[in-house]
Design a protein around this ligand. Sequence first.
Ligand code: NAD
Length: 319
Amino acid sequence: MASNVVQGKSKVGIIGSGLIGRSWSMLFAGAGYNVVLFDVVQSQLDNALVDIKNQLMKLEEQSLLRGKLTASEQFSLIKVTNDLPEAVKDAVHVQECVPENVDLKKKVFFQMDAACTMDSTVLCSSTSCILPSNIFTGLPRVAQCIIAHPCNPPYHCPVTELVPHSETNPAVLEKTKLIMEEIGQCPVTLKREVDGFGLNRMQYAIINEAWRLVTDGIMSPEDVDKIFTHGLGMRYAFIGPFETIHLNAEGTESYMERYRSSIIRVSNSFGPVPTYDGEGLASIAETMNKRIPPNPTELGKRRDWRDKQLIALSKLKKD
Ligand code: NAD
């Protein structure tokens, strides 16, 4: 990749250079932002730069690079630092991506808050499951704080859940929505915080029933997965549950006239939340471990395959 240096627009700070921090860096650089990526582990930062460069080049080869800049221009916009205040200083947006631990996130948010040099900086967390009130309450700049939870892999699954704290300034929500749209993400908003946000509440409802169908001896794990890969998932890549019901009858009211009683009857037969351990876990893990041995090589191969399929699907959706 020839090194082309471009003048970026405003600055974005990324705190934590793991899987998600790298993805956010690529997404913001793709839209022309100057990105400063911070980590407490120097080797993580070194590896992040190598990985980001490779990923950008691959995306360019596949004509899947976001934005108008070349891979080399986007890469030139990403700098790394081992000094948190340097990443936060004068940034319009700071995206926290440290491990999912409430005490660590709180500590990092206090550091980010103290390092802000502009009142308008938005302080944003990538947390998957920690409520805004558990991270942001008591911060001097709580009104500037919000969650933007991406879906993995963020480059190919653009939905991003925005979850404000009760004290978040509504203008901060609006600003975060706009910057997410600008970098090509698809923001959705929760009007108030709820455990699991929207995505994981729905995902967990599915995992609960999948688990019960297998541990109750009704279906095999392979056949449960096929319901998604050859059935529900085919539709859900293009239409959500509401559009599905609307199209599956003569509109939503007609669907409910026909199927209301079945939905209620079946839903009332759902069992309790599984404990996800013991014999059920041993048996499902055995099946899955045969299908994909849980070692880094085999998991890596399957993740690469998954990402290729997602890329093909994103291309199809774009067309
Ligand atoms: P990760 O373990 O890959 O990366 C975390 C990074 O944070 C590491 O590089 C680590 O060195 C660094 N770090 C640790 N302490 C730090 C500190 N005090 N300051 C700065 N950096 C620090 O984790 P990840 O998968 O990138 O997840 C990050 C966040 O994103 C988590 O909250 C996670 O729940 C959320 N998230 C993850 C996914 C996913 O599928 N991986 C999806 C959506 C959201």
